[in-house]
Design a protein around this ligand. Sequence first.
Ligand code: PGA
Length: 252
Amino acid sequence: MVRPVIAANWKMHKTIPEAVEFAKRLKEEFSEAGDVEIVLAPPFTSLRPVADVLKDSSIHLAAQNMHWEEKGAYTGEISAAMLIDAGCEFVIVGHSERRTLFGETDTILNRKISAALKSGLKPIFCIGETLEERESGATFHIIKKQIKEGLNNIPSDDIRHVAFAYEPVWAIGTGKTATPVQAQEVHSFIRKTIADDLAYAHASETVIMYGGSVNPENAGSLMNQPDINGALVGGAALNFGSFGSIIKMLTR
Ligand code: PGA
């Protein structure tokens, strides 16, 4: 049984006091949530203050992005070592907003995943098709390409540190969720691709989260699917009540 992961991707939301307040409540209410791993991904400015709140708790900290180089003249960028220094254990890589708004290609994401793993950060690798790709029947082709190129030359041993997030682009921030059956179909394909194309022997233990308009109403039926091991939550994770309800669904 894979331990599910519920991650909050706050994107470009919350000031430091707002992030700290949320983290304090989360720690108070859920530090014993042993059946599920909880991850918070605040903006860079809140990483260290939130890390200070979460120390001595089982709640994990993630960054939303990183650069693949260790250091250098890359104005506005941040390295894996800096994120570790700020208290991060995870980093989200390849979110569709990074791919579409900031031009991140599979090759760039491969560099980021490789750099993260070398530094000891665990990537949450996001993959997913656009509406156009789904409608033209290209979903599986796109998913396989993103996995193979994103994880090109990553040693099989390191794949155990990678969590995947299937986020159909058409479901992110749109209120449209993949049905549990649609999501399960792709999740099982992702697991098979990890096993067959990456020749990873422990694919049955890989965390594959679902993301895209997850909320307290739809989380239960999505998480009941055999290959869905948690959720990457955007909009509904900004509110403590709705994020807490999603966690409770998995801790019952
Ligand atoms: P959403 O975002 O839950 O607001 O759709 C999910 C994500 O972008 O990770």
